[in-house]
Design a protein around this ligand. Structure first.
Ligand code: C2E
Ligand code: MG
Ligand code: MG
Ligand code: MG
Length: 286
């Protein structure tokens, strides 16, 4: 924060772009309390089958309802969580809430899968496999309904350990997705060696598909690569119908993006074609 003298000589603090390091300690302490006090919340964004428009899966995206600063996006607090041990309770909270909501969709006749983002640090120890197993059991969600999205950076991070954790997760029936594909450093041999169910093409390649012949070439190759590896492929960040049509023609399986729905509260996720009057009742905490 930068101090500034107000008209009365009182120092007024303004937020500065360059925040001092102590700020991240304050943030850590606040975030620890936020996790315990249920200040986190999830918004959801559906993945749709490009050929049918049906919802196949719904991705959970965490937010923090900060008491003074309002609703914070993950970029404002995830880096701090990932640099500390706080990513562990944060991921446990997200997993528990997402699976609770998944069970409620199923009760409402919408047996969608749910996708949870996990950080590299979560995959560093086999203990995470137990956390997942216990949460599935506690919420009575079948493992086939859970996707865990890991970034390419996580795949590259201590590949040996991550690979073993991913194998154990696949053994219990969970699907593993590689998120943000194309912007990281996954070696193709690492990808081949792991039980990956889905590849999600990063939004960076989707945003300018219409103008960029290079991006179209990259996306077409990633679709072939994914299918060649036996994976399904999802395009992130689809914002226009033209892009959705191009992707469907190119054989992309699923799409996700503002074209269909922005990340929204649990009860607002309704399948394409259903009126919003059929919105689900409010979600109780787990
Ligand atoms: P991601 O998993 O790749 O999620 C997609 C991001 O793109 C989300 O941003 C989403 O709101 C945004 N998005 C979706 N469709 C569109 C679109 O059509 N156009 C544009 N411009 N953006 C779109 P968000 O919610 O801010 O999340 C950012 C990242 O934070 C996520 O990227 C994910 O890596 C991470 N994240 C979110 N929730 C969690 C969580 O619970 N745990 C962990 N470890 N990471 C999370
Ligand atoms: Mg994701
Ligand atoms: Mg992504
Ligand atoms: Mg992303």
């Amino acid at each position: 924060y930068q101090g500034k003298h107000g008209p009365t000589g009182v120092v007024v603090y303004e937020e500065s772009a360059a925040r001092p390091a102590t700020d991240s300690l304050v943030l850590q302490r606040e975030l620890r309390r936020a996790i315990a006090d249920d200040q986190l919340l999830l918004q959801y964004q559906p993945k749709l089958h490009l050929s049918t428009g049906q919802v196949s899966c719904v991705e959970a995206l965490v937010r923090w309802q900060h008491p003074e600063r309002g609703l914070l996006p993950p970029i404002d607090f995830l880096p701090v969580a990932e640099r500390s041990e706080l990513i562990e309770p944060l991921t446990r909270w997200v997993l528990r809430q997402a699976l609770t909501d998944c069970a409620r969709w199923a009760e409402a006749g919408r047996p969608w899968s749910v996708a949870v983002n996990v950080s590299a640090r979560n995959l560093a120890t086999l203990e995470f496999v137990e956390v997942v197993r216990e949460t599935l059991a506690a919420t009575a969600v079948p493992p086939e309904r859970l996707y865990l999205e890991i970034t390419e950076t996580a795949v590259a991070f201590d590949a040996g350990q991550v690979r073993e954790v991913v194998e154990r997760l696949a053994e219990i029936g969970i699907s593993v997705s590689v998120d943000d594909f194309g912007v990281g450093y996954t070696g193709l041999s690492q990808l081949r060696a792991m039980s990956i169910r889905e590849i999600k093409i990063d939004r960076a390649f989707i945003a300018n598909l219409e103008e960029s012949q290079q991006d179209r070439a990259i996306v077409a190759s990633v679709i072939d690569l994914a299918h060649g590896l036996g994976c399904t492929v999802t395009a992130e960040g689809v914002e226009t119908q033209q892009v959705a049509d191009w992707l469907a023609d190119a054989g992309c399986d699923h799409g996700q993006g503002y074209l269909w729905l922005r990340p929204s509260p649990w009860q607002e996720i309704v399948p394409a074609g259903e009126a919003s009057g059929t919105a689900l009742p409010a979600s109780p905490a787990p």
